[in-house]
Design a protein around this ligand. Structure first.
Ligand SMILES: Cc1cc2nc3c(=O)[nH]c(=O)nc-3n(C[C@H](O)[C@H](O)[C@H](O)COP(=O)(O)OP(=O)(O)OC[C@H]3O[C@@H](n4cnc5c(N)ncnc54)[C@H](O)[C@@H]3O)c2cc1C
Length: 421
C-alpha cells in the first residue's frame, strides 16, 4: 500500500503525463502529485495539430486533455513553462525551473515525449522553415497555410511520413501549392512498405500534390531571410515560400541518459528502456509514451511507439505500476490518420522485411479495404481504410498468431471474427 505522504513526480505534460496524473487520483492515491512541463500550455493532444485544428475546424479549447481547473480540483501541482534539467537518483530529487527548485520524489515518471528531427542543411534558420510538434507550431503553421493559399504560394514538405502527408492534405485544402520531397521510393515506406505507399501517392497526386521520391533536400535557398526555393541532390530547385521539416522525431532521453538510466539501442528506435511494467533500470523511475521503449514478446523485440494510443494507455499503466498494482503493458501498436476523405486505423507491427505477403480484403481502388501484412500465414498487422469497427477482430487476429487461410482473409464475405481460433 502506498503511503499518503508520498510524492509522485511526473516530468512531461503531454497526453501520457496528464493521463498518468488522472489515473493516480482515480486509483485513490492521496499523496502529492507534481506534474512539471516545459510547455506553457496545459497538457493537450497532438493529433488535431496536423488535422482539425490546423484546418481551423477544431477550436483551440478542444485539444486540451482536461480543462485548466481540473488540475487544482484534483490537487495536481502543475508547473508549466518549467524544464526539469537534472535527476539525482541517490537523493531522489529532480531539479527544475530557472531558480533550480529541488523536489523530492518517491516515484518518478518520465514522459518527456519526442522532438522533431532537424534538417541539417544550409538555410534551416530562415524564418519560413517550420516544424510541427507543439500547439504554438500549429497555430503559426495555420497562418502560413492560409497565407500560402491566398497568395498561390508554395509549401515544400521534407518527408512523406504521417505528419508530412497530413500537412500536405491540409495545405491543399487551404489552396497552397505543395511539393513533397522524400528519399524513399514511396510515402510511408518505413511503416507500410512499398505496396501500400503507392495508394497514398495516388491519393495526394489526385489532390494536386507533387512528389519527388528518391531525392534528398540539400539546401533551402533564401534571400534577405526569406525562403525562395528548396534544392535537392538531383540538382533540381523547387519553388518554395515556406518549408516544413517533417522528417521524424527523436525521443527526449537527455535527462534519463544524464541520470544513468538504461537506454534502448538506436537500431530499435532508442528511447528509455523499460520492462513490461514500464519500469526503467531504476526501480523508482518509470517511463511511458513516445520516450519509452518497452518489450513486446509477441514480436520478439522491444519497441518505441510514437502514437497517441500508446500515450493514452501507457501513462495510466505506468501510474498503476507506480502504485504497486500488478500491471503488464503489452498493448499492440495502434494509430490512426485522416487525410482528405480517407480515414484509417493500423494495428500491429510489420516494417518492410518482416512480412512476405500483403493481403487486401475489399476494394483498394475505391479506398475501402483492409490490408493485412502476413508472414508465413500469420497476420502481423492490419490497416482498415474507410472501413470501421474492425479494430478488435484485427487485433485478435494479430495476437492469436494463428496461421490463417489467406483466401478467406481476402474475402469480405468471411467474417473476420471467424478467422480467429
Ligand atoms: C502533429 C502531430 C500529429 C499527430 N497525429 C497523430 C495521429 O493522428 N495518430 C496517432 O496515433 N498519433 C499521432 N501523433 C503522435 C502522438 O501525438 C504522440 O504519440 C503523443 O503526443 C505522445 O505523447 P507523450 O505524452 O508521450 O509525449 P508528448 O506529447 O511529446 O509530451 C511530452 C511533454 O514533455 C515535455 N518535456 C520534455 N522534456 C521535458 C523536461 N525535461 N522538462 C519538462 N518538460 C519536458 C515536452 O515539451 C512535452 O510537452 C501526432 C503527433 C504530432 C506531433
Amino acid at each position: 500500500m502506498v503511503d499518503a505522504d508520498q510524492t509522485f513526480v511526473i516530468v512531461g505534460g503531454g497526453l501520457a503525463g496528464a493521463k498518468a496524473a488522472e489515473t493516480l487520483r482515480a486509483e485513490g492515491f492521496t499523496g502529492r502529485v507534481i506534474l512539471i512541463c516545459d510547455e506553457r500550455d496545459h497538457p493537450y493532444e497532438r493529433p488535431p495539430l496536423s488535422k482539425g485544428h490546423l484546418l481551423g475546424k477544431e477550436e483551440r479549447e478542444s485539444v486540451f486533455v482536461h480543462e485548466p481547473a481540473w488540475y487544482a480540483r484534483h490537487d495536481i501541482e502543475l508547473h508549466l513553462g518549467q524544464t526539469v534539467d537534472a535527476i539525482d537518483r541517490t537523493a531522489k530529487t529532480v531539479r527544475f525551473g530557472d531558480d533550480g527548485t529541488l523536489v523530492r520524489y518517491d516515484k518518478l515518471l518520465l514522459v518527456t515525449g519526442a522532438e522533431p528531427r532537424r534538417l541539417e542543411v544550409p538555410g534551416t534558420s530562415l524564418a519560413g522553415v517550420h516544424h510541427l510538434r507543439r500547439l504554438s507550431h500549429a497555430e503559426r503553421l495555420k497562418g502560413v497555410l492560409a497565407a500560402l493559399g491566398r497568395d498561390n504560394g508554395h509549401l515544400v514538405i521534407a518527408g512523406a511520413g504521417w505528419i508530412g502527408l497530413e500537412v500536405a492534405a491540409a495545405a491543399r485544402e487551404y489552396g497552397a501549392e505543395v511539393t513533397v520531397i522524400e528519399p524513399e521510393p514511396t510515402p510511408l515506406h518505413g511503416v507500410l512498405g512499398p505496396e501500400l505507399g503507392n495508394l497514398f501517392e495516388e491519393l495526394h497526386r489526385e489532390h494536386g500534390v507533387r512528389f519527388h521520391f528518391g531525392v534528398k533536400l540539400t539546401e533551402i535557398v533564401g534571400q534577405d531571410g526569406v525562403v525562395l526555393a528548396a534544392r535537392t541532390d538531383d540538382g533540381e530547385e523547387h519553388p518554395a515560400h515556406d518549408v516544413l521539416a517533417a522528417i521524424g522525431a527523436a525521443p527526449r532521453t537527455g535527462l534519463a541518459e544524464a541520470a544513468g538510466l538504461e537506454l534502448a539501442d538506436r537500431s530499435l528506435g532508442g528511447g528509455i528502456a523499460v520492462d513490461e511494467h514500464l519500469r526503467t533500470s531504476d526501480p523508482d523511475i518509470y517511463a511511458a509514451g513516445d520516450v519509452a521503449s518497452f518489450p513486446l514478446p509477441l514480436f520478439g523485440t522491444r519497441l518505441r511507439v510514437e502514437h497517441w494510443a500508446n500515450a493514452l494507455n501507457g501513462g495510466p499503466a505506468a501510474a498503476r505500476a507506480m502504485l504497486g498494482r500488478d500491471t503488464v503493458y503489452d498493448r499492440l501498436p495502434y494509430f490512426f490518420s485522416d487525410q482528405y476523405d480517407l480515414g484509417l486505423e493500423y494495428s500491429g507491427w510489420a516494417p518492410p522485411g518482416s512480412y512476405d505477403q500483403v493481403v487486401i480484403r475489399g476494394d483498394a481502388g475505391k479506398r475501402e479495404f483492409i490490408a493485412f501484412w502476413v508472414r508465413e500465414g500469420r497476420v502481423l498487422a492490419g490497416m482498415n481504410v474507410n472501413v470501421w469497427d474492425v479494430t478488435e477482430p484485427i487485433q485478435r487476429l494479430v495476437r492469436s498468431r494463428a496461421v490463417v487461410d489467406t483466401e478467406a482473409l481476402a474475402d469480405p464475405h468471411v467474417p473476420l471474427a471467424g478467422l480467429v481460433p
